[in-house]
Design a protein around this ligand. Sequence first.
Ligand SMILES: NC(=O)c1ccc[n+]([C@@H]2O[C@H](COP(=O)([O-])OP(=O)(O)OC[C@H]3O[C@@H](n4cnc5c(N)ncnc54)[C@H](O)[C@@H]3O)[C@@H](O)[C@H]2O)c1
Length: 252
Amino acid sequence: MAGKVAVVTGAASGIGLAVAEALAGQGHRVVLADVSEEAGREHAGRLGGLFVKSDLSKREACRELIVAAAAEYGSVDILVNNAGVQHVCPVEEFPEEKWDFMISLMLTAPFLLTRYAWPYMKQNGWGRIVNISSVHGLRASEFKSAYISAKHGMMGLTKTTALEGGAHGITVNAICPAYVRTPLVDNQIESQAQTHGIPREAVISDIMLKKAAIKRLIEPGEIGAAVLFLCSDAAACMTGSDLTIDCGWTAA
Ligand SMILES: NC(=O)c1ccc[n+]([C@@H]2O[C@H](COP(=O)([O-])OP(=O)(O)OC[C@H]3O[C@@H](n4cnc5c(N)ncnc54)[C@H](O)[C@@H]3O)[C@@H](O)[C@H]2O)c1
């Protein structure tokens, strides 16, 4: 199974980049979408793929991304909904425009991209959609209302579309990681260190890994490997599921 057309959002950095690298490494044609142009172009060039500059919080950009992928490669077979941001703030102070942005980017965009990619997958009788949710799609933590609402919503989208895709050879699954070593987490480490007046190492060990049985950050490549598995024939009967990679956080 190689040579599929794979669209990965938020692919200029972190998990999305690792996913694009893993898919390209298996011989798939990758379409990297990101608002960050310089890094996105550089990585797409290195991977022999296409870069599409996209602010996916905008509806039209979601449509244009799928149109661009299909225009270049003729189809969309794999969709990895990954782009996301975090904002940590008590609910009574949470900026309303930030809520709108995060829900647009992390819930509405995955819906729209699924909707626009669906006809290609249906026509081919084969499709793989992987939604990069979070352990916060399964559990809550305080001060992350928009993020956790979007990720819980993404779990509902995953299950609903999995039911609809079954008859068409389309599987839809979510991956729910705990803390992965990426710029998104690095920024949180820095801000929490300042907020609490403690060293970065203490933020990692005492806050981020407090609930984990395995006391380390997850590497982005480990999420890339999980996406490859979900796209493989071995996972053909996995759909509507959450693949939890959380170092044991939710086992307790
Ligand atoms: N890092 C973690 O610990 C962790 C854990 C669980 C889930 N996740 C999820 O994984 C996904 C990727 O996170 P990451 O840690 O790799 O972060 P990251 O910051 O390294 O990468 C996110 C990418 O999304 C892009 N992006 C931001 N706004 C965008 C927009 N409007 N349109 C298009 N692209 C946009 C950024 O430019 C960036 O390249 C997110 O959905 C995040 O919620 C991350």
